[in-house]
Design a protein around this ligand. Structure first.
Ligand code: PMP
Length: 393
């Protein structure tokens, strides 16, 4: 069978390589996966069960249940102070992944360029490439806490640039783009007549009372922005596969047509659960509080390991850490740590190439006691390497 060039052009997944390597060991502590271990709120789980028992298990409209789109419109009003028409400006998707995919699909022609701040969530690079378009990366720096510099975005803009992907708070760095930076980016987007795909899936997982802002609320941005988000992180509902997009009506129309061709709709019991999730009856704040506690554990543990440095973790459940003082690249660190101590984590270059070769990403999607065990193993690993070096001298 002859596969398409597009299919063959996909880059083998680096996280998958580490994950596969980890399968060879027993007792692995897995810090690779961005998949919360917490259950969704009780009332949300009950709503899904009720839907199943009541036989609400068939297809819905391609754009999702209108009741859910109404609930999303109400949520958007609270989040952004803006009104969205549930019938024409919102689509419910199979996770934020379908939302991201369809947003890029509806905006990019082959040969177009999409600017993506790096390090970036791997899907963005792969999807842009699979559409025959070109991802153009803008590197962010640890000294800027990985916040993209607007002037560096501007340097990458060409006559082929169609859109900019923003992901604040970001996977893999946890970076949150400050309001003033969003103002400057919005200015560029208007000046060069671009669109924005704004992935806000981690917006409810920000710590220390931070409230991440959205480019959507900047003047003139509503007609240029597609917001990509969903229930996976905010309500710990990764496997339920529900997300959504807010965008101008013509874009939602083509996304809905395409959804009919690929998935029909998001799973119906999950859509009923999602309606319950957005209702006033739900208190999901335990999820953020739990991740804030874990974030604090990670920062405490890091204080005991001077060879690993962090620029802070203002949001998300990821830490992007510099391991250059260990004398190892991120990839060496990941592979050797797995072999020696059975802790799995991903090297930074997986998320943005050579510029991040000295970094690793950990996902702290497990409780503090398990995290402390992982850091104890990392300390042992570094101490044993140090001792080994001494022996050789
Ligand atoms: N965007 C980002 C930045 C993510 O990290 C993820 C999940 N890892 C998603 C979107 C997709 O989430 P979902 O489960 O809603 O498809």
């Amino acid at each position: 069978m002859k596969l398409s060039e597009r299919a063959l052009n996909l880059t083998p997944s680096e996280p998958r390589r580490i994950y596969d390597a980890a399968q060879k060991y027993t007792g692995v502590i897995d810090l690779t996966l961005g998949d919360p271990d917490l259950p969704p709120p009780q009332n949300v789980r009950e709503a899904a069960c009720r839907a199943i028992e009541a036989g609400k298990t068939r297809y819905s409209a391609n754009a999702g249940l209108i009741e859910l789109r109404r609930a999303i419109a109400e949520d958007a009003r609270k989040e952004y102070g803006m009104t969205f028409d549930p019938a024409s400006e919102i689509i419910v998707t199979v996770g934020a992944m379908e939302s991201a995919y369809l947003s890029l699909w509806s905006l990019l022609n082959a040969g177009d360029e999409a600017i993506i701040p790096a390090p970036y969530w791997i899907n963005y690079g792969e999807v842009v490439k699979s559409l025959g378009a070109k991802p153009v990366f803008v590197e962010t720096r640890p000294e800027d806490a990985f916040v993209v510099r607007p002037e560096e975005i501007e340097k990458r803009i060409t006559e082929r640039t169609r859109l900019l992907v923003l992901n604040s708070p970001a996977n893999p760095t946890g970076a949150v783009i400050p309001g003033e930076t969003l103002d400057r980016i919005a200015e560029l987007v208007r000046k060069y007549d671009l669109s924005v795909v704004s992935d806000e899936i981690y917006s409810h997982l920000a710590f220390d009372n931070r409230k991440p802002e959205s480019i959507l609320t900047r003047p003139g941005m509503r007609e240029r922005t597609a917001v990509v988000t969903g229930f996976s992180k905010r309500y710990a509902m990764t496997g339920w596969r529900v997300g959504w997009t807010l965008a101008p009506a013509p874009m939602i129309r083509v996304m809905t047509q395409m959804t009919e061709n690929i998935v029909a709709c998001a799973p119906l019991p999950s859509q009923y659960a999602a309606i319950e999730a957005l209702s006033d009856r739900t208190d999901e704040s335990y999820i953020r509080r739990e991740f804030e506690k874990r974030r604090n554990c990670v920062l405490e543990e890091l204080k005991t390991i001077p060879e690993i440095t962090s620029t802070g973790i203002p949001a998300t459940f990821y830490a992007f850490l510099d391991v250059s003082r260990t004398g190892m690249s991120g990839e060496e660190f990941a592979l050797e740590l797995l072999k020696a101590k059975q802790v799995a984590l991903i090297h930074g270059s997986a998320y943005g190439g050579a510029a991040y070769r000295n970094f690793i990403r950990i996902a702290f999607t497990m409780d503090c006691s398990e995290l402390r065990k992982a850091f104890a193993r990392i300390r042992e690993f570094l101490a044993e390497r140090q001792a080994g070096k001494g022996d050789r001298q």
